[in-house]
Design a protein around this ligand. Structure first.
Ligand SMILES: Nc1ncnc2c1ncn2[C@@H]1O[C@H](COP(=O)(O)OP(=O)(O)OP(=O)(O)O)[C@@H](O)[C@H]1O
Ligand SMILES: [Mg+2]
Length: 138
């Protein structure tokens, strides 16, 4: 499998950076526009969640993004060492948001789940959050 690892700060401008890096890394796969759009959306939702929820807007947190692929599958892992999620089941409910004050819609996890073939959230309050996403290509 081809593999890459990226660590960047939790600054909002790095959301576009992360998306662009992943698209460039996956270029050899010649993915369809639709698949690329789905992957970019997954990265954007996950990275923004780490920034605004995990690190609560603080810009000095580290976000790690690991992507690997072969001709059959793309595997994405996203890690933050932010506040973590106390109730993962509740957080994953469509329309649930802990930040109504930020006018979030609470649809990030639902959208990511829709576009992924495998979607796991692992999180511990005070430790951080890991998203594991698999997208099958065959
Ligand atoms: N990385 C994270 N660290 C801590 N909490 C998180 C993280 N990701 C998600 N959450 C929690 O899960 C909730 C649901 O996330 P989701 O992305 O579905 O909705 P949202 O971010 O609130 O709104 P939207 O994504 O539609 O703007 C968040 O409101 C937040 O409480
Ligand atoms: Mg979100």
């Amino acid at each position: 499998m081809n593999e890459m690892k990226l660590i960047f700060k939790s600054r909002l401008e790095n959301e576009a950076f992360a998306r662009t890096c992943v698209v460039a890394f996956l270029a050899p796969l010649h993915l369809s526009m639709e698949t690329l759009m789905e992957i970019k959306t997954i990265i954007a939702e996950g990275v923004v969640n780490a920034m605004i929820h995990g690190y609560e807007g603080k810009e000095d947190g580290d976000i790690a993004l690991e992507v690997c692929y072969d001709e059959e599958i793309i595997i994405i892992d996203l890690f933050d060492q932010g506040c973590g999620i106390a109730n993962i089941e509740q957080a994953m409910q469509p329309l649930y948001t802990s930040r109504q004050d930020l006018e979030r819609s609470g649809m990030g996890f639902t959208i990511m789940q829709t576009f992924a073939d495998v979607f796991h959230v692992d999180s511990k309050p005070g430790v951080g959050t890991n998203l594991h996403i698999e997208k099958k290509l065959l």
